[in-house]
Design a protein around this ligand. Structure first.
Ligand code: S3P
Length: 168
Protein backbone atom coordinates (compact mmCIF):
# COMPACT_ATOMS: atom_id res chain seq x y z
CA UNK A 1 0.00 0.00 0.00
CA UNK A 2 1.45 3.37 -1.02
CA UNK A 3 0.69 6.88 0.17
CA UNK A 4 -1.65 7.53 3.04
CA UNK A 5 -5.08 6.33 4.09
CA UNK A 6 -7.75 8.90 3.29
CA UNK A 7 -11.07 8.85 5.15
CA UNK A 8 -14.09 10.42 3.46
CA UNK A 9 -17.73 10.52 4.49
CA UNK A 10 -20.59 12.69 5.64
CA UNK A 11 -20.66 14.84 8.77
CA UNK A 12 -20.96 12.51 11.74
CA UNK A 13 -19.48 9.52 9.93
CA UNK A 14 -16.71 9.45 12.53
CA UNK A 15 -13.81 10.38 10.27
CA UNK A 16 -11.81 12.09 13.03
CA UNK A 17 -12.53 9.52 15.74
CA UNK A 18 -11.86 6.54 13.48
CA UNK A 19 -8.89 8.29 11.89
CA UNK A 20 -7.20 8.89 15.22
CA UNK A 21 -7.75 5.29 16.34
CA UNK A 22 -6.61 3.88 12.99
CA UNK A 23 -3.45 6.02 13.02
CA UNK A 24 -2.63 4.82 16.53
CA UNK A 25 -3.19 1.21 15.54
CA UNK A 26 -0.88 1.52 12.49
CA UNK A 27 1.69 3.85 14.04
CA UNK A 28 0.85 6.46 11.39
CA UNK A 29 0.56 10.20 11.93
CA UNK A 30 -3.01 11.53 11.97
CA UNK A 31 -4.01 14.58 9.93
CA UNK A 32 -7.40 16.26 9.75
CA UNK A 33 -8.07 18.76 6.96
CA UNK A 34 -10.53 20.77 9.10
CA UNK A 35 -7.87 21.06 11.83
CA UNK A 36 -5.29 22.13 9.21
CA UNK A 37 -7.67 24.84 7.94
CA UNK A 38 -8.40 26.07 11.47
CA UNK A 39 -4.69 26.18 12.37
CA UNK A 40 -3.82 28.04 9.19
CA UNK A 41 -6.69 30.55 9.51
CA UNK A 42 -6.32 31.02 13.25
CA UNK A 43 -10.09 30.79 13.64
CA UNK A 44 -12.79 28.13 13.93
CA UNK A 45 -14.71 26.59 11.03
CA UNK A 46 -17.82 28.47 12.20
CA UNK A 47 -15.90 31.75 12.25
CA UNK A 48 -14.49 31.15 8.76
CA UNK A 49 -18.01 30.49 7.42
CA UNK A 50 -19.28 33.62 9.18
CA UNK A 51 -16.56 35.96 7.93
CA UNK A 52 -15.64 34.46 4.57
CA UNK A 53 -18.74 32.49 3.64
CA UNK A 54 -18.74 28.89 2.46
CA UNK A 55 -16.74 29.96 -0.62
CA UNK A 56 -13.91 31.22 1.59
CA UNK A 57 -13.89 27.99 3.55
CA UNK A 58 -13.82 25.92 0.34
CA UNK A 59 -10.82 27.90 -0.94
CA UNK A 60 -8.93 27.17 2.25
CA UNK A 61 -9.99 23.53 2.07
CA UNK A 62 -8.60 23.16 -1.46
CA UNK A 63 -5.28 24.64 -0.34
CA UNK A 64 -5.12 22.14 2.56
CA UNK A 65 -5.88 19.25 0.21
CA UNK A 66 -3.19 20.29 -2.28
CA UNK A 67 -0.67 20.17 0.54
CA UNK A 68 -1.43 16.46 1.09
CA UNK A 69 0.12 15.41 -2.23
CA UNK A 70 3.10 13.14 -1.91
CA UNK A 71 2.61 12.38 1.78
CA UNK A 72 3.32 8.84 2.96
CA UNK A 73 2.22 6.94 6.02
CA UNK A 74 -0.50 9.28 7.28
CA UNK A 75 -4.14 8.75 8.12
CA UNK A 76 -6.03 11.73 6.74
CA UNK A 77 -9.56 12.67 7.83
CA UNK A 78 -11.29 15.05 5.43
CA UNK A 79 -14.22 17.43 5.84
CA UNK A 80 -17.52 16.03 4.58
CA UNK A 81 -17.65 18.46 1.66
CA UNK A 82 -14.04 18.13 0.52
CA UNK A 83 -14.57 15.51 -2.22
CA UNK A 84 -17.52 17.47 -3.67
CA UNK A 85 -14.95 19.57 -5.54
CA UNK A 86 -13.67 17.58 -8.54
CA UNK A 87 -10.04 18.72 -8.18
CA UNK A 88 -10.06 17.86 -4.48
CA UNK A 89 -11.59 14.46 -5.28
CA UNK A 90 -8.81 13.66 -7.76
CA UNK A 91 -6.09 14.74 -5.34
CA UNK A 92 -7.61 12.69 -2.51
CA UNK A 93 -7.87 9.61 -4.73
CA UNK A 94 -4.18 10.04 -5.57
CA UNK A 95 -3.11 10.57 -1.95
CA UNK A 96 -3.73 6.95 -1.06
CA UNK A 97 -6.40 4.34 -0.66
CA UNK A 98 -9.68 6.08 0.09
CA UNK A 99 -12.05 4.68 2.70
CA UNK A 100 -15.68 5.82 2.68
CA UNK A 101 -17.18 5.72 6.16
CA UNK A 102 -20.83 5.30 5.30
CA UNK A 103 -23.76 6.51 7.43
CA UNK A 104 -27.51 6.99 7.15
CA UNK A 105 -29.49 10.09 8.11
CA UNK A 106 -30.57 8.77 11.53
CA UNK A 107 -26.94 8.06 12.45
CA UNK A 108 -25.82 11.48 11.24
CA UNK A 109 -28.44 13.15 13.40
CA UNK A 110 -27.62 11.06 16.45
CA UNK A 111 -23.84 11.51 16.16
CA UNK A 112 -23.94 15.25 15.50
CA UNK A 113 -26.45 16.08 18.24
CA UNK A 114 -23.88 17.56 20.59
CA UNK A 115 -21.58 19.09 17.96
CA UNK A 116 -24.11 20.55 15.48
CA UNK A 117 -23.22 24.09 16.59
CA UNK A 118 -19.69 23.54 15.23
CA UNK A 119 -21.05 22.49 11.81
CA UNK A 120 -22.42 25.48 9.88
CA UNK A 121 -23.98 23.27 7.22
CA UNK A 122 -26.22 21.62 9.81
CA UNK A 123 -27.60 24.95 11.02
CA UNK A 124 -31.27 25.34 10.23
CA UNK A 125 -31.29 22.45 7.75
CA UNK A 126 -34.51 20.51 7.34
CA UNK A 127 -34.29 16.72 7.39
CA UNK A 128 -35.39 16.52 3.78
CA UNK A 129 -32.55 18.83 2.67
CA UNK A 130 -30.02 16.99 4.76
CA UNK A 131 -31.22 13.69 3.29
CA UNK A 132 -30.80 15.10 -0.23
CA UNK A 133 -27.27 16.35 0.52
CA UNK A 134 -26.37 12.96 2.01
CA UNK A 135 -27.71 11.18 -1.08
CA UNK A 136 -25.65 13.37 -3.45
CA UNK A 137 -22.51 13.16 -1.34
CA UNK A 138 -22.64 9.36 -0.89
CA UNK A 139 -22.37 8.96 -4.66
CA UNK A 140 -19.31 11.19 -4.70
CA UNK A 141 -17.66 9.38 -1.78
CA UNK A 142 -18.25 6.00 -3.42
CA UNK A 143 -16.88 7.23 -6.74
CA UNK A 144 -13.41 7.75 -5.22
CA UNK A 145 -13.49 5.07 -2.52
CA UNK A 146 -11.45 1.89 -2.69
CA UNK A 147 -13.41 0.56 0.26
CA UNK A 148 -16.80 1.50 1.73
CA UNK A 149 -17.48 0.59 5.35
CA UNK A 150 -20.97 0.66 6.82
CA UNK A 151 -20.37 2.34 10.19
CA UNK A 152 -23.93 2.07 11.55
CA UNK A 153 -24.11 0.63 15.06
CA UNK A 154 -20.45 -0.37 15.07
CA UNK A 155 -17.83 0.53 17.64
CA UNK A 156 -14.67 2.42 16.71
CA UNK A 157 -12.61 -0.73 17.36
CA UNK A 158 -14.76 -2.80 15.00
CA UNK A 159 -14.57 -0.19 12.22
CA UNK A 160 -10.80 0.12 12.60
CA UNK A 161 -10.47 -3.68 12.43
CA UNK A 162 -12.55 -3.76 9.24
CA UNK A 163 -10.43 -1.06 7.59
CA UNK A 164 -7.19 -2.83 8.50
CA UNK A 165 -8.54 -6.14 7.17
CA UNK A 166 -9.61 -4.55 3.89
CA UNK A 167 -6.47 -2.51 3.23
CA UNK A 168 -3.52 -4.43 4.57
C1 S3P B 1 -18.57 20.18 5.96
C2 S3P B 1 -18.15 19.28 6.91
C3 S3P B 1 -17.33 19.67 8.07
C4 S3P B 1 -16.52 20.94 7.77
C5 S3P B 1 -17.42 22.02 7.28
C6 S3P B 1 -18.19 21.62 6.01
C7 S3P B 1 -19.41 19.68 4.84
O1 S3P B 1 -16.46 18.61 8.45
O2 S3P B 1 -15.52 20.66 6.83
O3 S3P B 1 -18.30 22.35 8.31
O4 S3P B 1 -19.52 20.38 3.81
O5 S3P B 1 -19.95 18.55 4.94
P1 S3P B 1 -16.99 17.23 9.14
O6 S3P B 1 -17.41 16.31 8.03
O7 S3P B 1 -15.80 16.73 9.87
O8 S3P B 1 -18.13 17.61 10.04
Amino acid sequence: MGGSIVLVGFMGAGKSTIGRALAKRLGFEFLDTDAMIVAQAGRSVTDIFRREGEAGFRKRESVAIKSLSGLEGKVIATGGGAPANATNAKLLAKAGPVVHLDVDLATVKERTKRTASRRPLLQGKRDIDLAQLLKERRKIYDSIADVTIDTREKTTAKIVAEIVKELL
